[in-house]
Ligand binder design. Structure first.
Ligand code: BTN
Length: 264
């Protein structure tokens, strides 16, 4: 039977059968945390979201019937070490830990599309949305939101999404035990955050590079003010940025320069 093997992650857990968005719930709870303290590692978990949020203002479709929608609270100084210097690594270490947990539980080949889409081949099985808020004591806390397509039937997604998405149950041919997966996920997240805080991101760059399906490929990125850059994704920089060898840039005449892209 699966059991929680973490110190902090998931030890306080708020479970609902439905909510607007677990990220919104966690952010609100943090803003009100002088009334009810929210410990580091607190988890918000739901079966179904009616206003699930994706990156870049998109909607995250969150049907019931067996997926995972969860948000995890990271406080600024867990165990006394400041998270601040490594903030830009939070989306990437989360993607790495989640990919590890999914691969370990299902045996499926999971890859990461920079900065933090979870894929099987080219199909999306999960996404991550990190948001920050200021607590009543003026310190900044981070909410890590993770949405995973696990057991919910693909036809419960809108038609325009089913082409680009898949689920673990479809790929593996059998339903996945979500409790075991969550226990593995919280453990991997906690261990990776511990390592990030003690060793910094150096080792993580290599590991991310190995899991990342983006590197070596030609990518097209939309930047601010409609700027579109096409180029070859070359490497991950020291703050987790993606370095692109530019082929064409709508804002500038083509030049073979190296552009560093940071996730919004
Ligand atoms: C993306 O790929 O666009 C990120 C999707 C993140 C979805 C998760 S589900 C749990 C948490 N609550 C939300 O409203 N969003 C995140």
């Amino acid at each position: 039977k699966a059991s929680l093997r973490t110190r902090a992650f998931g030890r306080v857990l708020r479970y609902t059968t439905s909510t607007l968005s677990t990220n919104a719930d966690a952010l609100l709870a943090l803003q009100q945390s002088n009334a009810t303290p929210i410990p580091h590692g607190s988890v918000f978990l739901t079966e179904c979201q009616t206003a699930g949020r994706g990156r870049r203002g998109r909607t995250w479709h969150s049907p019931p019937q067996g997926n995972i929608y969860t948000s995890l609270v990271v406080l600024p100084t867990p165990g006394g070490t400041r998270v601040g210097p490594w903030l830009s690594w939070i989306p990437l270490f989360t993607a790495l830990a989640t990919a590890d947990a999914l691969a370990a539980t299902t045996g499926l080949p999971i890859s990461v599309k920079w900065p933090n889409d979870l894929l099987i081949d080219t199909k999306k099985i999960g996404g991550i949305l990190c948001e920050q808020t200021t607590r009543p004591d003026k310190t900044v806390a981070v909410v890590i939101g993770i949405g995973l397509n696990i057991n919910a039937p693909l036809d419960s997604f809108p038609e325009e999404l089913t082409a680009g998405a898949t689920t673990l149950a479809v790929e593996g041919g059998r339903p996945v035990d979500r409790v075991a997966l969550l226990a593995e996920l919280f453990l991997r997240l906690e261990q990776r955050l511990d390592r990030l805080l003690t060793d910094g991101p150096t080792g993580m760059i290599d590991e991310f590079t190995q899991r990342c399906s983006t590197l070596g490929k030609t990518v097209r990125v939309s930047l601010e003010q409609g700027r579109i850059v096409e180029g070859v994704a070359e490497s991950i920089g020291p703050d987790g940025c993606l370095r692109i060898r530019v082929i064409s840039d709508s804002a500038q005449p083509p030049a073979s320069s190296l552009l560093e892209v940071r996730s919004a």
